[in-house]
Design a protein around this ligand. Structure first.
Ligand code: RP5
Length: 164
């Protein structure tokens, strides 16, 4: 199975980025975690992205806050799909990171999830792997069924309470 890379710009991003790792771990998807900054360690970030495909990765998740260039900087150096998580780590509540991450010019795409949307970033990375990986596809299908059953149970409880 291909691995997912979870890259963050600072260790201060760990509390959110960790949720992507937890999600991948729960569903048995292999991953690596690294701290590479587009601003402070640009050479390391570039080297990682350049080698990511040959190192067995299928997608890259990039979490960063403030002037969040990390996802775009990684995407500039690989044709693997890059998923950006804009982080709420500033006085602007993450809107700065959201715009920095989502507003990529044509030619270098970054798939951007919600501010602090680490779980969806992990699930989206699994959907990318599932295009060619039947095991991950089956895991995602089971997960969707579980989510449906949870909501149906809540609906049944609400109907029994209010509509009886
Ligand atoms: C970004 O700047 C990082 O991704 C982090 O969200 C933010 C602040 O970094 P620290 O000053 O906490 O290291 O590059």
């Amino acid at each position: 199975m291909k691995k997912i890379a979870i890259i963050m710009g600072s260790d201060s991003d760990l509390p959110v980025a960790e949720k992507a790792a937890d999600t991948l771990r729960r569903y048995g998807v292999p991953f690596e975690v690294h701290i590479f900054s587009a601003h402070r360690t640009p050479d390391e970030a570039r080297a990682f992205a350049c080698a990511a495909r040959e190192n067995g990765f299928g997608a890259i998740i990039a979490a960063a806050g403030k002037a969040a260039h990390l996802a775009g900087a990684l995407a500039a150096n690989t044709t693997l799909p890059v998923i950006g998580i804009p982080l709420k780590s500033s006085a602007l509540d993450g809107v700065d990171a959201l715009l920095s991450t989502v507003q990529m010019p044509s030619g270098i795409p970054v798939a951007t999830v919600a501010i602090d949307g680490a779980v969806n970033a992990a699930l989206l990375s699994m959907e990318i792997l599932a295009v060619t990986d039947e095991t991950v596809a089956a895991t995602l299908a089971a997960l969707r069924r579980e989510e449906t059953e949870k909501v149906l149970a809540k609906n049944a409880a609400a109907e029994a309470k209010f509509n009886a």
